[in-house]
Design a protein around this ligand. Sequence first.
Ligand code: SF4
Ligand code: MG
Length: 289
Amino acid sequence: MSTAVASERPVNPVEPFLRTDRMPHIWCPGCGIGTTVNCFARALVESKQPLDKVAIVSGIGCTGRVAGYVKLDSFHTTHGRAIPFATGLKLANPGLSVVVYSGDGDLIAIGGNHFIHAARRNADIKVICVNNFIYGMTGGQVAPTTPVGATATTSPYGSYERPFNLPYLAESSGAVYVARWTAFHVRHIAHSMAEAFSKKGFCFIEIIAPCPTLYQRRNRLGDGLDTMKLYKQRSVIKNGASTRDLDVGLQGEIVVGKFVDIERPTLQQNMEQQLRQTLKDRFAGLGGA
Ligand code: SF4
Ligand code: MG
C-alpha cells in the first residue's frame, strides 16, 4: 500500500489564496465573513488578476482580519482609515488593483467621512463592505447600519435611529459601481467582485452577512444556517433598482442586485489632466515670452 496516496488530501480551491500559517482564523462558527472571502478568491480567478498586482487594505474589526488571512500584499490599518490608506496606495502605484475589505462599523461609522469623499473624488479603489448591522469585534454595539427596532448591546429595547442605506449613500456620493448581495448569493458576489476588478473608479459592493454571535442571537434570528434560509426567503433581485428604495429593515424584503454601473473620470485621471494642462499653459507662456 502506498503511504503517499494515503497522505494525499483534497485541496480546497480557495486554499492557495490563504495564509494557512495564520489558521485557525478568529471568526465564529456561522459567521458570514468567511463566505465572502471564498467569493473573493473565486473573483480573483474569474477576473484573472495577477496576484502580485492586487493589494488589499482593511481597517479594524472582524472583517478587517481578512487582510491578514489572504495571500496578497495586505495592510491592516487603523480604525476607519482603510480608504485614505488605499487611496494613497493607488495614487503612488497606479498599476495596482487596490481593494478595501472591511465592515460596516469601520467603513461607514468611524470611516464614514473617508467613504463619502473617496466616492466623490472617484478614487480608483474597490470597496467591499461586509454589513452585519452591528459592531462585531467590539461587542455588538448599535451601528449606523442597525435596522430600526433591532436589539444591540447599546440598544436593549431596540434601535430608534434611522440607519444608512449603503447603496444610496455610495451612489449619491459618486460611486461608479454599486451592488448589494447577501452571503447567500455566493455566485453573484464573486461575479460582482470580478466586474469591479474590470472597472476604473470607486466601486462599492455591500454584502449583508450574519453575525450569529451578536446580532442574530440578540434578535432571535437563529444561527448562520437559519440566516441563509432567511436571506433566501427575504431577498429579491432587482438589478437597476433605484438606490433610494433599498432600505433594509429587521424584517421584510432585502433588495439585492447591481444598481449602478457608469463611467466618469477617476481622481488620478483628473489629476493627470490638470497636470498636463498646467504644463502646457506654462510652456506656452514661456514660448511667448
Ligand atoms: Fe463574525 Fe460576529 Fe463572530 Fe465577529 S463576532 S467573527 S462578525 S460572528
Ligand atoms: Mg459590522
